[in-house]
Write a protein that binds this ligand. Structure first.
Ligand SMILES: [Zn+2]
Length: 83
């Protein structure tokens, strides 16, 4: 999936949805990534802010050529630490 925009301004940030694919927050499992990694893919101009679904987290990490793969299925919570 192609990312149309890397950073979203405050008035462009969808509420309760993945910023990239607009999937509703309640339709995916939470994943935990390190703060450092989040800042690499942060879709906002604010530290620690933003909302991305696991697929879009993976897309952004792939674009950055980070090799860690998030596997996330129904009810599976993926943990991803460090880079
Ligand atoms: Zn998404």
């Amino acid at each position: 999936m192609k990312i149309l925009k890397w950073k979203y301004k405050d008035d462009e940030r969808p509420k309760g949805k993945c910023y990239d694919c607009k999937l509703d927050y309640h339709k995916w499992g939470d994943i935990i990534i390190s703060n450092n990694m989040w800042e690499l893919i942060n879709p906002t101009y604010h530290k620690g802010a933003g909302l991305l679904c696991p697929n879009c987290v993976q897309n952004r990490l792939t674009i950055l050529k980070r090799k860690k793969i998030i596997k996330c299925g129904k009810g599976i919570k993926a943990m991803l630490w460090g880079i």
